[in-house]
Design a protein around this ligand. Structure first.
Ligand SMILES: Cc1cc2nc3c(=O)[nH]c(=O)nc-3n(C[C@H](O)[C@H](O)[C@H](O)COP(=O)(O)OP(=O)(O)OC[C@H]3O[C@@H](n4cnc5c(N)ncnc54)[C@H](O)[C@@H]3O)c2cc1C
Length: 380
């Protein structure tokens, strides 16, 4: 067993760290306040290869492994979790889904643009009545021979307003239950496709989350992903990898808050000494660091499992469950270490605390991760 990162991994981590400090940090508070999508920053991330990290170079991607991806996700998330969720959705849901299961034509037409950041993608599974229970899809796609007619509503869609291409899950044959679900590539601007207003959120306010409406949208048959009835499996397989990205996001939020708290505790004085010299504060730092390190090991193990071709359903669920819980706990403590300064925007930790919460909700709530883990444990 070797815990050492390769030279290449260190380079990628440092490049993400430098980018986050130079390009994401300035303006991060303002973007959060105004709920402003980081358009310029996303463009630069595309140019630097952060939007298609694991995609085969023949489709314009970086050809990197999942370890590289989680290292970059951690660094970006330390500074700006709104930017990192855009990276996560584009890489591990949209690009991965197309690379693993798309046809050659779909890869040439869509993946090549998504991998370079020329276009942005969104992944559309959730509906007003189908969140955790994703099998209850109400959106329908009726087979009309050479095309499908798509009708329904998707909600909570990340990149909802900014995406160019949307992977949309819909029911094609209700009688077949989840085996009658398909996934489709839908382009922005197609007749009958409307993007609803932006959600006003607690955290990751720079990312845009929208409801989408589909009214008799004509989707060519060649835009169905995989065999007929593959859509639910497609969504579950894709989300399993997506959870590694969200676990890395949670890890980064926790690590970012911890680093701010550690540094602050070395300069803030109370009772004649730096507050880190009070054992109550030093022990908080010890607990935070230990939980972060444990999260990092789970995230790395899940990424390694994926890279090795092992089943990663359980390891990604465990990584997301634990890292997201750590993100909540550590960010709350980071605010505490900052005292009153922790409660104002200037010191960043209050934003990280707000951002942390979503990691326990999207791509499967913590309760759903426990279902995945316990089913895996009890399967044999
Ligand atoms: C900011 C944001 C961005 C998002 N981005 C996307 C996106 O890009 N694409 C997308 O498709 N979706 C997205 N989502 C949706 C997200 O994945 C869902 O909100 C999540 O899966 C939970 O579904 P729900 O909100 O319907 O909650 P519900 O399913 O109604 O759950 C409510 C509560 O009940 C619990 N619960 C439900 N079932 C069980 C059970 N069987 N056992 C125990 N507890 C249970 C849940 O854990 C939760 O605590 C996003 C959500 C948000 C808030």
């Amino acid at each position: 067993m070797d815990f050492t990162l390769s030279e290449e991994h260190l380079m990628i981590r440092d490049a993400a760290r430098d980018f986050a400090k130079a390009e994401l940090l300035p303006g991060v508070i303002e973007r959060d306040n105004k709920q402003e999508f980081p358009t310029e920053q996303v463009k630069k991330m595309g140019e630097l290869g952060f939007l298609g990290m694991m995609v085969d170079p023949k489709y314009g991607g970086g050809g990197m492994d999942t370890i590289s991806y989680v290292l970059a996700m951690e660094e970006l998330s330390k500074i700006d979790a709104s930017a990192s969720v855009i990276v996560s959705v584009n890489n591990s849901l949209v690009c991965y889904g197309l690379q693993a299961y798309g046809s050659e034509e779909q890869k040439q037409k869509y993946l090549t643009k998504l991998a370079t950041g020329e276009s942005i993608g969104a992944f559309c599974l959730s509906e007003p009545e189908a969140g955790s229970d994703a099998t209850s899809q109400k959106t329908t796609a009726i087979d009309k021979g050479d095309h499908y007619i798509l009708n329904g509503t998707k909600n909570w869609i990340t990149n909802g307003g900014s995406a160019d291409y949307y992977l949309v899950i819909a029911q094609t044959d209700r009688e077949k239950g989840h085996r009658g679900i398909n996934a489709f590539i839908v382009e922005k601007g197609w007749d009958g496709f409307e993007v609803g207003p932006k959600e006003d959120k607690l955290g990751i306010r720079g990312s845009d989350t929208h409801t989408l409406n589909f009214n008799d949208v004509k989707v060519p048959k060649e835009n169905r992903i995989g065999e007929d009835g593959f859509g639910f499996k497609f969504a579950m397989k894709t989300l399993s990898g997506g959870r590694i990205g969200i676990a890395a996001q949670a890890l980064g939020i926790a690590a970012g808050a911890y680093e701010l708290a550690r540094d602050y505790s070395k300069i803030r004085k109370a009772f004649g000494t730096e507050i880190c010299n009070h054992q109550a504060i030093a022990f908080k730092l010890a607990d935070m660091h230990t939980k972060i390190e444990a999260s990092r090991h789970l995230v790395m193990k899940a990424a390694w499992d994926k890279d090795q071709g092992n089943n990663y359903d359980m390891s990604s669920a465990m990584a997301k469950l634990y890292a997201s819980q750590t993100a909540m706990e550590v960010t709350v403590e980071a605010v505490q270490v900052h005292g009153g300064n922790g409660f104002v925007k200037e010191y960043h930790v209050e934003r990280l605390m707000r951002d942390a919460k979503i990691t326990q909700i999207y791509e499967g709530t913590s309760e759903i991760q426990k279902i995945v883990i316990s089913r895996g444990l009890l399967r044999d």
